[in-house]
Design a protein around this ligand. Structure first.
Ligand code: PMP
Length: 312
């Protein structure tokens, strides 16, 4: 593979983009990362990175929590991410993965004294639920089969779910593996108090009598950037959005349910624990919001051009 990875300020070949076995982050999860999409618009011959500045702002917020700092300002990090896509000349939809982590010298929990390192790499990404999701035979367009996880979402006083801390993703992986091995496409996690939180890697929305509901940040969710975009799209399409606690039983009786996320995009859910949602087909409002999201993200709706960073 001839892809180039930016590591600590220098480009290295994909096969050489490695870390030492004693890397603190490998042992203790002391890294923060982001997942960002760039969509290639064939007609315009241009790639648009979706909400890059917001992703980098979230990365820098999380770095502060983990006491990480690197010799790049957020502004320079934005430019570096654009450069990684450009250098790799990928004229297709891609996923950009920045990561900042505590470096070599694993033993001992107090991380200071080790290097703060970073990397940005890029890889082609189609539809997460159809192509990437552990090789599942899922047609994300037709809707996902979900289950309520037996794992609770981790809580803010244990490991802040509002940020993308690497160690926190063990919670997501446990839920995902359980769901897939039980025949579902994705898990829905509840908070320790038993209210709806989010998917293993997506925020969740519910539609009821034409109103759109989603759990607030206080329900141990990641502050999703796609979630924020969809809240704006709802307002622009005259749908009222309410952020409030949602109980488990409201999932089963919803008219429509869908996930939002960078990888998952806007993904309809058509069943929870074997119970069909609405009439079992993708809902009208979900469909409308999904179309609006793709038009915005692919650079086909000038109203949302401030969300996009062109690459080429
Ligand atoms: N929740 C979790 C646990 C996630 O990993 C993600 C993906 N980053 C999301 C929600 C959705 O966030 P975003 O829209 O910013 O990708």
């Amino acid at each position: 593979m001839s892809r180039k990875v930016l590591m600590n300020g220098a480009y290295v070949e994909w096969d050489d983009a490695t870390v030492h076995i004693s890397t603190h982050a490998l042992h203790y999860g002391t890294a923060v990362f982001e997942g960002i999409r760039a969509y290639y618009n064939d007609e315009k011959g241009q790639s648009f990175i979706f909400r890059l500045r917001e992703h980098v702002a979230r990365l820098y917020r999380n770095m502060r929590v983990l006491r990480l700092s690197i010799p790049l300002s957020a502004h320079e990090f934005v430019d570096a991410a654009v450069d990684v896509v450009r250098q790799n000349e990928l004229k297709e939809d891609v996923y950009i993965r920045p990561i900042v982590y505590w470096g070599a010298g694993a033993v001992g929990l107090y991380p200071f004294g080790r290097a703060n390192e970073y990397a940005i790499y890029v890889e082609p990404m189609g539809m997460y639920f159809a192509d990437v999701n552990a090789g599942l035979e899922t047609d994300g367009d037709k809707g996902l089969k979900t289950c309520v996880s037996s794992w609770a979402r981790l809580s803010d006083n244990s490991l802040p779910p509002t940020g993308k801390f690497s160690g926190a993703y063990v919670n997501s992986v446990l839920a995902k593996v359980e769901a897939v091995q039980n025949g579902y496409d994705e898990a829905l996690l509840l908070t320790k108090d038993g209210f709806v939180s989010e998917g293993s890697g997506e925020n969740v929305f519910l539609v009821r009598n034409g109103t759109v509901l989603t759990p607030p940040v206080s329900e141990d969710i990641l502050e999703g950037i796609t979630r924020d975009a969809v809240i704006t799209l709802c307002a622009d399409h005259d749908y009222r959005v309410i952020e409030r606690r949602i109980s488990r039983s409201e999932l089963y009786s919803a008219d429509e349910l869908f996930f939002t996320g960078t990888a998952g995009e806007v993904a309809p859910i058509t069943s929870v624990d074997g119970i069909s949602i609405g009439n079992g087909a993708v809902g009208r409002i979900t469909h409308e919001l999904k179309d609006a999201y793709f038009n915005a993200a692919r650079g086909n709706d000038p109203h949302y051009s401030s969300w996009l960073t062109p690459v080429f």
